[in-house]
Design a binder for this molecule. Sequence first.
Ligand code: CTP
Length: 295
Amino acid sequence: MGGGGGGAGGGSGNALHPEKVKIVATCLVVAVGVYLLGLYLKSGAEWRSNLSLSLNMKKKKKKPIRVYMDGCFDMMHYGHCNALRQASALGDQLVVGVVSDDEIIANKGPPVTPVHERMIMVNAVKWVDEVISDAPYAITEGFMKKLFYEYNIDYIIHGDDPCVLPDGTDAYALAKKAGRYKQIKRTEGVSSTDIVGRMLLCTRERSISDSHNHSSLQRQFSHGHSQKFEDGGSGSGTRVSHFLPTSRRIVQFSNDKGPGQDARIVYIDGAFDLFHAGHVEVCYAFPVYSHVRAF
Ligand code: CTP
């Protein structure tokens, strides 16, 4: 009995006091609560940082604005380059359509330079990202859809000179109607047609005795394009361009970075009269020189 009583006495000594049980249970509940709160805060912070990461990525991945300019670009001159410079400033990527020989023949008469040479010239311009060959002269419904859905073009761009088709309609009427047309300022004082006129004047000057034809050509190709001669219009035909080479304009045309410290610098000179595909290719003969890119 005595042993049994002793056993019973030991059992009651080990039994937990209800107060103690309460304290332990409270501690456990608090610990689990703190743990769960920690988990919640951690996952919230992760979620917030994931959200801001994806928002940043979305910001970075914003769709680039793609603009399209087309043209003949026959005997490419600084008016064309200035047009491409302005067009590229209206978007993030500039796609240029070079009009096919056949389309030029049908709409304006034969070009001097064939399409593959015109492509080389346009491709060499630093503001051009992509070139499409054999572009149509007019923006037709079908071609406009191709530009929007295949080439992802946002805007179609042309100079502020009227571009009329043989039937008198506007070549950009559909793009204007679709609200996807933007205009740049045409550079006065230079055009492919005028260059042809200057060449004819050059040959005439060699036989100046033919003064009647000479002055009629001057009227047609110079005064007709509101050009001025430095000698007041009567003499040798030295042209004054309307393209002002101000320091701001020069900066717009310059390359933004100079040669690196160890760059090999190559000098090339020439008259570069009527800059053509051969001039471009001779510059590309020195591939280390990214900034020999034409214009
Ligand atoms: N352009 C320009 N300034 C110029 C000549 C052309 O801004 N002096 C622009 C045109 O408005 C056009 C683009 O360059 O958006 C391509 O011109 P092109 O098709 O070659 O057209 P033309 O106007 O016939 O150019 P040019 O008179 O030199 O033949």
